[in-house]
Design a protein around this ligand. Structure first.
Ligand code: FE2
Length: 168
């Protein structure tokens, strides 16, 4: 078991896809945890997109736009996967915040601090996805495992780009 903060998901209709009910329930909770992390990071990246300033403004503004756009697509895919395995997608922002391992930014700091914080956050998301992939694989949910594996690659790439942009 991972240390993912997963709360019980809500089943909607019976689904018969060759994955046991209890396993689908656990997968739904893992996907909810990934969704919560992605949602909070999405909002945080957008905050940087809007508020960053300094000599590298334009590059950071464009880079964060690419990143939050990608996360928005991922949010949709994660929620739709939860539906496909028979559970209801969470819709309350409060529940995202409660489950997320990404902290909301009270203060953004300067441009470099913003970049470093986002790089850390992407790595936190990647680390947790890695644990979720292992668990999805264990119950033969190859689609979820593939989907989350692709997300790891994205978050690691985004973390690298942010680190490289923050380098002195
Ligand atoms: Fe914009």
């Amino acid at each position: 078991m991972s240390n993912l903060k997963a709360k019980p998901a809500v089943e909607s209709v019976p689904v018969n896809i060759g994955i046991e009910g209890k396993d689908r329930k656990h997968l739904a909770a893992l996907l909810e945890a990934a969704l919560a992390n992605t949602y909070v990071l999405y909002a945080k990246i957008q905050g940087v997109h809007w508020n960053v300033s300094g000599p590298n403004f334009y590059g950071i503004h464009k880079m964060t736009e690419e990143q939050y756009g990608d996360l928005a697509e991922s949010i949709d895919e994660l929620a739709e996967r939860i539906r496909a395995i028979g559970y209801l997608a969470p819709t309350q922002l409060a529940s995202y915040l409660k489950q997320s391992q990404i902290q909301e930014a009270a203060e953004l700091g300067d441009a470099r601090a913003m970049l470093e914080t986002l790089a850390q956050d992407h790595q936190t998301v990647a680390k947790n996805l890695r644990a979720a992939v292992k668990e999805a694989d264990e119950v033969d949910d190859v689609f979820t495992a593939d989907m989350l594996t692709a997300r790891i690659g994205k978050h690691e790439k985004f973390a690298w780009m942010l680190r490289a942009s923050a380098a002195r």
